[in-house]
Design a protein around this ligand. Sequence first.
Ligand SMILES: [Zn+2]
Ligand SMILES: [Zn+2]
Length: 407
Amino acid sequence: MLCTQHKLKGPSDDELSTFAVLRRVYIERDEVKQIASILQRGDRIHLFRVGSLIFHAIGQLLPSQMANFHSATAIFPVGYEATRIYWSTRVPNKRCRYRCRISEDDGRPLFEVRVLEHGMEDLQYRDPTPEGIWDRVVEQVAKLREESSMLKLFTEHIKGEEMYGLTIHAVMRITESLPGVENCQNYQFRYGRHPLMELPLMINPTGCARSEPKVPTHCKRPHTLNSTSVSKAYQSTFTGELNTPYSKQFVHSKSSQYRRLKTEWKNNVYLARSRIQGLGLYAAKDLEKHTMVIEYIGTVIRNEVANRREKIYESQNRGIYMFRINNEQVIDATLTGGPARYVNHSCAPNCVAEVVTFDKEDKIIIISSRRIPKGEELTYDYQFDFEDDQHKIPCHCGAWNCRKWMN
Ligand SMILES: [Zn+2]
Ligand SMILES: [Zn+2]
């Protein structure tokens, strides 16, 4: 159909006269992806309910937990939480809420169910398996029904993992996409890995995940990028103290490039929803290799101040953005930082973070390490120190050589 201005003079076979579609149209919605995003958002407003099951949190698994936290038919993520609405064990023909949780006890999964029933005290069940709990519940319900001569309950069809919601298809597709689950040796994958789960927590250059009240966080010991992890090769000086003519010229061109960056960076980047996590910074134009893209701006503070601030920010539930320059100094971009703090980590980055000295002040500049076409997301390698299982942060950069963990 054409607008009035472009309307053809006479009737034409090429022009539609109506937008009606006289056939069945299928719209493919990625429902599991939608559910995954609902499940991991701490401040979500939507309720995810399948039949008599209400989901609260999907949880996560650390590398050391993979071996023990699964059966052949289900994965048991620590922090998983759902409410099952089921028959009461105390009042015949009444239903109540069973709040199901998975936590860890001495390297093994611990299943806990709290029974919430109106006008009654909460009941608690604990067991190393979901069957251990639900067999007991179902048995008591069956007995109560028998006593009040109600219809018999067919207990053999009720499975603990199912009551927990762990075998529901949408949930299984999400648990099967949790980072590292391919190490669950005895588990029979039904859907295989899908890159559905974004990072469960906001990750920032201090390496500390933001602690969200509704999402379990495994980050207890924040750390900052070490001076040793910023490769010496990237460090250069702009003080102009080098002697050879070539170096002088090189230094001059670099310092003028830095001066230009002060006004030019706005033309280099734009902020948008990241393909990796949260917000990301993208190339606003084609960037040549070795271009100074943007400065990591913030307040330069000493270690002690950084540690104090980190605690304050944590208590305020803020995303912490800090970048270590050297052994004594840290750039704090949490409150005063520019958009450079939104550059995400990648295992195959297109930029490097370089510590440079300009007019005797240390600056951190994000520099392209290869040619970057317009519209590509900017990344650099955060180079976190290797951490033990307790402090692992999953990586979702999607690079072919992704290390799966950021530390
Ligand atoms: Zn037109
Ligand atoms: Zn990665």
